[in-house]
Design a protein around this ligand. Structure first.
Ligand code: IPM
Ligand code: MG
Length: 358
């Protein structure tokens, strides 16, 4: 039976980078003599413009009927004036909710070949390998009530979690830590927020099921600093929704570019895969976008949804090889660094395919 991949490329650089990821996946499937069925549907701003809604029903139906969903990016200044519930981003949040995946895995890692691209010192970043487990269906993003009352000039959102919502994502973090360096750092703001106190108490409770894993708690403000000063101290970092959104972008500094980082959302009916970067409308359509985050996201599709671990590892190795050979997209060349060959988005995709040893 064919593996059914739904591609929701979205806005800005989304179509350019997902095209390269799909081309790599196609190469992998055809080499493995397996069949890949790719369907494309609209989401985000492009769907608002064409269908009048950021998540058309046919996109949702196709997503629920697929084996995995690969998303590019959503949003752009064109839709900035819209209220939150009709914006491109709302389409993504509705899709996340419908698919039901509550654990968003975001690896942030240092790659030797790219370490010089990080604004952090080499001795600080080299060897850093953090896996963020970001809760994706709760907290301020989904909590009710939420409103902007234009009459009174007040607005409010609700950070709400239940013990069950915290426990299920915590278990994913501990399970993953068992296969890594056996440490979970749970992030909260328990010195101020009740919801964080519940978070801390629940995570502490869940930790008892995992005596082989060390648990530590960090407050989000000091964690924002610690990730930059000592990124190597962290293994699995467990966060609620908004804290994880912020800290994972911050951690892109470790890798050297936001364009490098993949993500996978698991735990629901269908896994959702997205590079963590945004739609970058300023560089869209110019061949400047880095497709490696999307390509590495494709590797996660293979690993977590297609049971093709060897092929996932081959993609990761190909990406490293290409970097080792000095090929870069513009975001991976800092300042006046020399000695690199700067490629366009499609050239970079082609290089990765050429370096794939399956
Ligand atoms: C991300 C993005 C999204 C989020 C936006 C586009 C809704 O920033 O995936 O990190 O905040 O989750
Ligand atoms: Mg984000």
């Amino acid at each position: 039976m064919a593996f059914r991949l739904l591609v929701t490329a979205g806005d800005g650089i989304g179509p350019e980078v997902t095209r390269e990821a799909v081309a790599v996946l196609q190469a992998v499937f055809s080499h493995a003599d397996k069949s890949l069925e790719v369907t494309e549907r609209r989401i985000g701003g492009v769907a608002i413009d064409t269908d009048g809604t950021p998540l058309p029903q046919e996109t949702l139906d196709a997503a629920l009927a697929s084996d995995a969903v690969l998303l590019g990016a959503v949003g752009g200044s064109k839709w900035n004036a819209l209220p939150p519930d009709t914006r491109p981003e709302a389409g993504l949040l509705q899709l996340r909710a419908a698919l039901g995946g509550f654990a968003n895995l975001r690896p942030a890692f240092s790659i030797a070949e790219l370490a010089a691209n990080s604004p952090l010192k080499l001795e600080i970043v080299s060897g850093a390998d953090i896996l963020f487990v970001r809760e994706l269906l709760g907290g301020l993003y989904f909590g009710a009530p939420r409103e902007w009352n234009r009459q009174t000039g007040e607005a409010w959102n609700t950070m709400r979690y239940t013990r069950e919502e915290i426990a299920r994502v915590a278990r994913i973090a501990f399970d993953l830590a068992q296969k890594r360096r056996k440490k979970v750092t749970s992030v909260d703001k328990a010195n101020v927020l009740e919801v964080s106190q519940l978070w801390r108490a629940t995570v502490t409770e869940v930790a008892k099921e995992y005596p082989d894993v060390t648990l530590e708690h960090q407050l989000v403000d000091s964690m924002a600093m610690l990730i930059m000063t000592a990124p190597r101290s962290y293994d699995v970092v467990l966060t609620e929704n908004l804290f994880g959104d912020i800290l994972s972008d911050e951690s892109a500094v470790i890798t050297g570019s936001l364009g490098m980082l993949p993500s996978a959302t698991i735990g629901g009916k269908v896994n959702l895969y997205e590079p963590i970067h945004g739609s970058a409308p300023d560089i869209a359509g110019k061949g400047l976008a880095n497709p490696l985050g999307a390509i590495l996201t494709g590797a996660l599709v293979l690993r977590l949804s297609a049971n093709m671990e060897a092929e996932a590892a081959a993609i990761q190795a190909a990406v490293r090889k290409v970097l080792e050979m000095g090929f870069r997209t513009p975001d991976l060349v800092r300042g006046d660094a020399t000695g690199f060959t700067v490629l366009t988005t499609t050239e970079m995709g082609a290089k990765v395919r050429a370096m794939l040893h399956l």
